[in-house]
Design a binder for this molecule. Sequence first.
Ligand SMILES: Nc1ncnc2c1ncn2[C@@H]1O[C@H](COP(=O)(O)OP(=O)(O)OP(=O)(O)O)[C@@H](O)[C@H]1O
Ligand SMILES: [Mg+2]
Length: 387
Amino acid sequence: MTIEEFQEKFGIIGHSAAMKEVVATVMQVAPTDVTVLISGESGVGKEVIARAVHGASSRSEKEIVAVNCGAIPEGILESELFGHQRGAFTGAVDSRKGYFEIADGGTLFLDEIGDMPLPTQVKLLRVIETGEFMRVGSSSTQTSDVRVIAASNKSLQDEVAKGYFRQDLYFRLRSVNLFIPPLRERREDIPAFVEKFSKDFVERNKISFGGFTLDAVEALKSLDWPGNVRELKNLVESVIVLERGKRVDAGAIDKYLPKRETVYVGEPSGKFLPVRLDKTPEESERELILRALWEIKNDLVDLKTLMASGETARRLSLPLPHRLPEPSEEIRGSADGRDLNLEEMEKQLIKTAIERFHGNKRLAAEALGISMRSLYRKLQEYKLRDV
Ligand SMILES: Nc1ncnc2c1ncn2[C@@H]1O[C@H](COP(=O)(O)OP(=O)(O)OP(=O)(O)O)[C@@H](O)[C@H]1O
Ligand SMILES: [Mg+2]
């Protein structure tokens, strides 16, 4: 099979030298059982490549099992991966299989592996090397035949230097390291992405679109795309929806292009969302109020979660109340006098933060002052996965 045929089969766009090299390596390593590490910034296409590695392997009859290590609370990641025995911990009323058992005979895709806690990394290294693991709360070893593909948008090397990632595991993983460069370093791929994303979107939604002019494509090529391919795809799709039926030139897309110049209000502690310079004072003020409310809401939610888990009570050795009061969902007195639905507000803020940071969830979480895990949880809760 040629590189082009392989790309066609697995829907991998891009004829830049960098992309061809990645694909050529994928074709070489896919049929083996070797562990693969895929690295690159957010939105560069790590999952697309992981799926191709699995799809071109002898394990392809089984579905690839994908686990986002950054989205699962640290406390339960280990039992999610390796399973647990009945009674292993409070609440473990049944024994449960972990992903290593579920993926037996197939491929396990460990996304955001840089977020895996150190003790879990030890166990992961062992299962990669020997195929053996233990369910949480069990003393007998089990075996599983799983091919591991890991991905990270953090530099694992940096994480090792900081002491957050085990060097032995890093060395084991990086034996095949597929680095996918950011889109700004392979701009020649942009026209093909624009064409494919437009065609797919128009077909899927049965809407008409006059296409992008050459100068529009040139404008798209000249941008830096901090959110990489995901950001480009989102932009193409918004333009098609909002410019329905028209032919779009550089002038028309200009208004959809993200405004990059931002300033921070208050201390640059990372707790604040950037405020655009082009906003009116009223809009900025409203945003600040929303932000303050958002923090209050956050505290309430955290408190509620803690209390519901009984953790605070246990930690403080307080008796647990039988029924916990529900925090009120709405508070009155928003800037314009309307009722402000806090859930809706939180959703909007998360959306805004992710859009501002062009799909980079890490930066968005930092700006919102919440952890990556909380952000993923919220995205799931509000079904915002693909913003
Ligand atoms: N080479 C490619 N060919 C086709 N589609 C691509 C390619 N690269 C990225 N995409 C598309 O861009 C979007 C983002 O890709 P993907 O989810 O694989 O990124 P990622 O690197 O896993 O991002 P993250 O680190 O945020 O998880 C997806 O919709 C994907 O289909
Ligand atoms: Mg991904």
